[in-house]
Design a protein. Structure first.
Length: 462
């Protein structure tokens, strides 16, 4: 009969089903040389195979025999730690303001308090807490059941994250909290979670009931929170970004030539017969081609499409360059180009109606052909803005001028091709430019992360 984990002894059975690993509790991984010597001496005495630093800032002693478990804990001078089971297993925290120059809050102090309060607490499911002293989130707070993230305005508290086989990003509960307010909110979350009997992670629970209901259950007024922010005196264009736009390449033909552009307004109008509509700026060459030929294609881009590829179709005119150079595409049954690179599906349509709407024309087309090219997630407009940090050309129906952040520190520079603003506080980590790098110190071969324009295409705006 194979051995299993020994929850009463904080022991996890290993791959040989004979020996165990234990994890002495060291809050935040902060320990003295004396503690390290004791762990090393005990591990050596009882024939441990290895000592492993874990992702939860602990030291696992691996390869202990079952009959030695009690003596090992006794000689360590510790009670069995909560390495397994339905409980708060770990409170992970970064160096915070105690050590780190980037920190904005005391992650060590907060982490120690939470560890003292909750480590080993029995709950309906396993539970992990992360405390990060700044938005760099070195304690993985966004993928913890409860996460605290330090900002200049106080603590941001998030809930429901986890990594594992189905990763989930936590959702925001509150921000701008003092130490006491953050501790009180964590207490409310854990107290409410203890009342649930179903053995599932808190993130899965929130998926079932919704984050707003969970907020109400712990005493947070969603209505009051929103009421403080609502402004009905004008139009905040960011609200329009929440409409379900996607990101597409719309193509057409004229006199043996082809052209295509980025569009974010494509939607199905009817199912029988199947028709779709696209909104195209009257200044664009693609508009001219659709008007002439009466056909268009739509290539639906994947979420992983790189920004330079999007920029090639979105920030340059087909009058000035061949957009299809080095791009993989085919010619469809209508004669319109179908981009297959970075696309997950395509649709071809023949125009049956059109409507002039100011700067744009809405073309309604009956679908002639459509197919799925590969599995994947289509890129949404919000993902393009919020995750990819993309902008839109001036001819887009949803164009808005990129405005510099009022609280930005240092000189800001704006790309004259796409409008992207370089903020030295944020840098361009994906482009190898760390936060805090002034524009003047960026290498000359650096390019705009949105459209690929060169450094010389930027001008100082602040």
């Amino acid at each position: 009969m194979k051995k299993g984990d020994r929850l009463d002894k904080g022991a996890v059975v290993q791959r040989d089903y004979e020996t165990y690993a234990i994890v002495p509790h060291i809050a935040g991984g902060i320990c003295t040389p004396e503690i390290l010597r004791k762990i090393a001496d005990v591990a050596e005495k009882y024939g441990a195979k290895v000592i492993k630093a874990t992702g939860a800032q602990r030291l696992a002693i691996v390869g202990i025999r079952e009959e030695d478990l009690d003596n090992v804990w006794k000689e360590l001078g510790m009670d069995p730690a909560a390495a397994v089971g339905m409980c708060v297993r770990s409170v992970k925290f970064c160096p915070g303001t105690t050590f780190c120059r980037l920190a904005q809050q005391d992650a060590v102090g907060m982490g120690m308090k939470l560890d003292e309060m909750y480590h080993g607490l029995k709950l309906p499911a396993k539970f992990k807490i992360g405390v990060s002293g700044c938005p760099n989130c070195c304690a993985d707070s966004w993928v913890r059941d409860i996460g605290l993230i330090g900002t200049r305005k106080g603590w941001k508290v998030v809930v429901g994250g986890n990594s594992g086989s189905k990763p989930r990003i936590a959702q925001l509960l509150a921000e701008g909290l003092s130490d006491d307010e953050a501790l009180e909110l964590v207490k409310k979350v854990i107290d409410r979670f203890k009342e649930y009997k179903k053995p599932q992670r808190i993130g899965k629970l929130i998926n079932e009931i919704g984050i707003d209901r969970f907020k109400k259950e712990i005493g947070l007024s969603v209505r009051e929170e929103i009421a403080e922010k609502i402004d009905t005196s004008g139009i905040n264009e960011k609200a329009l970004h929440n409409i379900g736009y996607g990101l597409y390449i719309v193509g057409s033909r004229k006199d043996g030539k082809i052209n295509a552009q980025i569009a974010n307004t494509v939607f199905q109008v009817t199912s029988e017969p199947p028709t779709i509509a696209v909104s195209i700026n009257k200044q664009n060459l693609t508009h001219e081609y659709i008007k002439e030929s009466g056909v268009f294609s739509v290539s639906i881009l994947s979420q992983e499409t790189p920004l330079p590829f999007i920029a090639g179709f979105g920030f340059y005119s087909g009058r000035d360059k061949n957009k299809f150079e080095s791009v993989e595409y085919i010619i469809g049954k209508t004669g319109a180009p179908i981009v297959v690179e970075n696309a997950i599906a395509f649709i071809e349509a023949r125009v049956i109606s059109e409507m002039s709407v100011g700067t744009h024309t809405i073309f309604i087309g009956q679908v002639e052909s459509a197919d799925v090219l590969r599995s994947g997630t289509p890129m949404s407009y919000s993902y393009y803005h919020q995750i990819k940090r993309g902008t839109e050309p001036k001819t887009a129906p949803t164009y808005r001028k990129e405005e510099p952040k009022k609280e930005a520190k240092g000189d800001l520079y704006q790309c004259q091709v796409c409008g992207y603003i370089y903020d030295p506080a944020e840098g361009d980590p994906d482009g190898g430019i760390p936060p805090g790098t002034p524009f003047e110190e960026i290498p000359d071969d650096w390019v705009c992360p949105v459209c690929g324009a060169s450094k010389k295409d930027f001008v100082k705006i602040k």
